[in-house]
Unconditional design. Structure first.
Length: 161
């Protein structure tokens, strides 16, 4: 009897220790060092302000996941669905310009800074994916920066006033 009274709590403590060790935050858990980062670079922030001044009647979103505006026409049960989706599901768009109230997407705007150097083929594939969904991409160089009139004319096209 004494041995059961002693063995059961010890065994229970051992099992709990093993479970705790394997759980998040347990003894053996590795916590990665995390830190916050700015949503946009200074360059992107300045251009965002320029976009808003150039297009005051529009709603502009920044750093939008491509999967927020693009999807695959295949059924999820189709094996090709996930392969197609993986082509864009981890990509972000610099800016999405919509009508006021975000009823209709007008264009995707990309600021081509140094991070785009050597990635012209990737950019072209990305633009083509968006184009197949009827989404127009407007690209602006980071240098020289376009003025507000140029932004307005290129984003709104023939509808610019």
């Amino acid at each position: 009897m004494f041995s059961l009274v002693f063995v059961v709590p010890v065994a229970a403590a051992f099992v709990l220790a093993v479970l705790w060790r394997k759980s998040p935050g347990g003894w053996g858990a590795r916590i990665a060092p995390f830190t916050s980062r700015p949503l946009m670079t200074d360059n992107e922030l300045e251009f965002f302000a320029r976009l808003k001044r150039a297009l005051p009647e529009c709603t502009i979103f920044s750093q939008v996941a491509m999967s927020g505006i693009l999807d695959v026409t295949l059924q999820k049960a189709d094996p090709a669905y996930w392969s197609a989706r993986s082509q864009f599901d981890r990509k972000r768009i610099d800016y999405v310009v919509c009508t006021h109230g975000a009823e209709r997407l007008i264009a995707v705007v990309e600021l081509d800074d140094r991070s785009h150097d050597g990635k012209r083929d990737e950019d072209a594939k990305r633009d083509a994916m968006l184009a197949t969904a009827g989404i127009r991409t407007v690209r602006f160089p980071s240098s020289p920066r376009p003025d507000e009139r140029q932004i307005r004319n290129q984003v709104l096209g023939r509808h610019a006033a």
